[in-house]
Design a protein around this ligand. Sequence first.
Ligand SMILES: *Cc1c(COP(=O)(O)O)cnc(C)c1O
Length: 382
Amino acid sequence: MKKPVYLDYAATTPVDPVVAEEMVKYLTPDGVFGNPASRSHGFGWQAEAAVEGARRQVASLIHADPREIVWTSGATESDNLAIKGAVAGKNNPHVVTSMIEHKAVLDTCKWLEGQGVEVTWLKPGADGRVSCQQVEGALRDNTVLVTLMMVNNELGSQTDIAAIGAMLRERGVLFHVDAAQAAGKTEVDVGSMPVDLLSLSGHKVYGPKGIGALYVRRSPDVRIESQIHGGGHERGMRSGTLPTHQIVGMGKAFDLAGEKLEQEKARLESLRKRFLSGLEGLDGVTLNGSAEHRVPGIINLSFAGVDAESLMLGLRELAVSSGSACSSATIEPSFVLKGIGLDDEQAHRALRFSFGRFSTEEEADFAAAQIVDVVTRLRSVR
Ligand SMILES: *Cc1c(COP(=O)(O)O)cnc(C)c1O
């Protein structure tokens, strides 16, 4: 059987073959397998040099200083470290977030609520964006942290992080941004965006799973409390032996992402247009999220009169997702779609198509044709 067309790049990406090739050099007896923390011999020094090279590559994509990059096991851990680490030890803290964050942020904030922390859950606009005025309106004297995502994983909509960051900087409130879906898809520049903490993941950017990073600003100096203790790695912020091959993989992946950013943005923009024009013959199709402020590769569509479960069953030749990857085991309607004001029925009619580096025009055409066929068939049997 032919493999389905992969249209779930927002859930994860394959490792770029160039990245995989680099990673295997850091595992075997003839490779650089040493512990980067071993200071007494060359095995360790070589591994450390590789880790520091990758740190420069990741820092470079977001225009940070390499000393501001802390390795973690992924964006989930980065989100946990940033949020719990910023709130720890604060007296009567208040946190502001939104209803459509990734579960790594939502569940962390819910856990904090259980610990007695006050949390404000902002409802974004129908376009999936939280406004600067909304955030400002939610601030209190005891607000210690605002945490918002840059690009939403289900909608692709992009929040104005620079404007919100500038306002929060003036008010002296820490700002954490989950940029797992932004890095490699749009410009992420901590030089022009006043954020304090920023989460990154390897596997959304053609790197391996199980590796991520947290950007922690040095000027002005941001202090967070570590959540994993032992050994004092990563300047005490995250202990644990560094996984050299994973780190080298993420470094190479981020380097490639920077090199390809402009070209890929343009290519995905044209794939998006092509895919959507392939659906023009179909009526009752609506785009969920912002049509304007968004990344090109993530397209969330509702199909009138057709439920997403049946549609997905019909689209066996496409690998797509309804709701986010993390809640795809349940058939609860997506909390993100409900968060932007869709009712249960509308939310049940939505599918996310996400394109990436290895998507082709043929795949976009094939996907559109399949959707037109299946939606037409499902509507005719109603
Ligand atoms: C995938 C994703 C995460 C989780 O990243 P992991 O590296 O898989 O832990 C967090 N936030 C967003 C927005 C994501 O898309």
